[in-house]
Design a protein around this ligand. Structure first.
Ligand SMILES: [Zn+2]
Length: 62
């Protein structure tokens, strides 16, 4: 489904969409299955999470 690189790891784009909660439930399940077994992708996810600007908290706006 295009979630993985050629060597079987998660694409940055896939991880970014995961962080943005923009993945279908089935795709998210596949991603989490891989993440649970792959330290390299866990580290990549943490890197992308830290590099991603947090979204503004709209609930605080009047
Ligand atoms: Zn991986």
């Amino acid at each position: 489904m295009g979630l993985l690189t050629r060597d079987g790891h998660l694409l940055d784009l896939t991880l970014e969409r995961y962080l943005a909660e923009d993945l279908a439930r089935e795709a998210r399940g596949d991603l989490e299955l891989h993440l649970g077994a792959c330290v390299a992708c866990q580290e990549r996810l943490e890197y992308l999470r830290s590099a991603t600007m947090p979204l503004p908290d709209l609930s605080k706006l009047e």
